[in-house]
Design a protein around this ligand. Structure first.
Ligand code: GN1
Ligand code: MG
Length: 393
């Protein structure tokens, strides 16, 4: 906390810091909410530089995204009563003659950055009701639309290999080979077998991308429920936060991640495995919200891979947690030695639930798309956004 106080003072400048609260929940970075005497609140983060090896590029991306979105929004007003906020980067306020910086490095080489606080909005950990589900989907669709014209050359790859499932499989296989433990527990066995049975399928999205069946577009990379903020008064989506992983990729990874996190009835950290299920009814709301805007850039093939996207991203995350467990927990923050193993099993149980409900989910995809298209709610917005052709890398 002492380092956080020091960092907060660097960004708050002359304004007295009156409170710092650690924000729980992030698996990678450390996040704090800082309140100042007369300049409101801001978000302070210590980036995990073992994960983000070049943190200055993360900040450069944030600036590009904020500038680009601002420009698009100036030309494309949102429907009345809707607001959309992009958190922006804050600079240090030196008390001497040195230049302000978008980061501050402490004595232990901790890398700190600060961003604006999205006022009068909340990032909920769990979906509260069907309207919330719709707004979460809509927020993701709007975010992807607003950055759709951002050129790949304007974005740095802050995390090479992120969301390339076959690469995670390779990493898992290497970790399994290098493991020194001579015995395997029942839980570990379950994970090994689970991955093995799905190994040949896990390149489903990357194969489609290689054949150009699926197109590459800028994506958010981590649109879990808690990263999509709702306005406190209108309950409408108002911002997507956590922009560290925005990069060119497949929109399927985004919508899959949104469904994975929003429709897991038990949450990512549950203790009762029997309570894990995939809430199909909620998935319809999310897809309806998403497709009510994303339908303007979705191709027929994009729809075909929607079911796989939810199944794959749950499987991928489970495999990432399990690999980190095998590698002695060096990537995700853990509270105890088996934490990543437990998280992996939760994601695999969710994957199983999605597999069991495949036919229901496929029906819901069709129904959500029809309802989204029948509604003319966002027709004007879709026309105004002038979505560009996806980019080929
Ligand atoms: C990590 O740190 P957080 O919670 O924003 C991870 C995501 C996972 C998520 C699961 C850079 O995100 O990919 O989906 O945990 N972020 C990174 O909760 O690996
Ligand atoms: Mg994140």
């Amino acid at each position: 906390m002492n380092r956080a106080i020091e960092a907060a003072k660097k960004f708050a400048g002359w304004h007295n810091v009156i409170n710092i609260e650690e924000h729980p929940g992030g698996n990678v970075n450390d996040t704090f909410v800082v309140s100042t005497k007369d300049k409101g609140r801001f978000i302070l983060q210590r980036l995990n530089t073992k994960v983000f090896k070049n943190p200055k590029l993360v900040i450069a991306n944030m600036c590009s995204i904020a500038d680009h979105t601002q420009r698009v929004l100036e030309k494309t007003p949102l429907p009345q009563s809707r607001r959309w906020v992009v958190p922006s980067v804050l600079y240090t306020q030196p008390t001497d003659s040195s230049d302000p910086n978008a980061f501050w490095i402490d004595e232990d080489l901790g890398f700190w950055r600060a961003i604006t606080y999205v006022e009068n909005a909340t990032a909920h950990q769990k979906i509260k009701n069907p309207l919330h589900g719709f707004e979460v989907g809509f927020g993701l669709g709007l975010f992807q639309s607003l950055i759709s014209n951002l050129k790949p050359t304007e974005l740095h790859d802050t995390l090479p290999g992120f969301h390339i499932t076959p690469k995670y499989l390779q990493k898992f296989q290497d970790a399994a080979l290098n493991r020194s433990s001579p015995t395997t527990t029942l839980d570990e066995n379950y994970c090994f077998k689970f991955i093995d049975q799905r190994a040949s399928w896990c390149s489903v999205l990357e194969d489609a991308a290689a054949k150009k069946t699926l197109k590459v577009r800028p994506i958010h990379g981590d649109p879990k429920t808690a990263n999509i903020m709702l306005d406190n008064d209108t309950a409408q989506a108002v911002a997507l936060i956590d922009l560290d992983t925005v990069k060119p990729g497949l929109v399927q990874y985004d919508i899959g991640d949104c469904l994975r996190s929003s429709c897991n009835t038990a949450g990512e950290e549950c203790t009762d495995l029997s309570s894990i299920d995939f809430d199909v009814t909620m998935s319809k709301q999310i897809l309806k919200g998403y497709l009510s805007i994303a339908s303007s850039f979705f191709t027929e093939e994009d729809y075909e891979y929607l079911y796989d996207s939810a199944r794959l991203i749950s499987f991928e995350l489970g495999m990432r947690f399990f690999t980190d467990y095998l590698e002695n927990n060096t990537y995700f923050k853990v509270k105890h030695i088996n934490h990543n193993l437990e998280r992996a099993i939760i994601q695999f149980k969710l994957t199983e639930a999605i597999e069991t409900r495949e036919s229901e989910i496929r029906k819901v995809i069709l129904a959500a798309n029809k309802e989204a298209n029948d509604s003319s709610l966002f027709d004007e917005l879709k026309n105004q956004l002038h979505l560009s052709e996806p980019v080929a890398l």
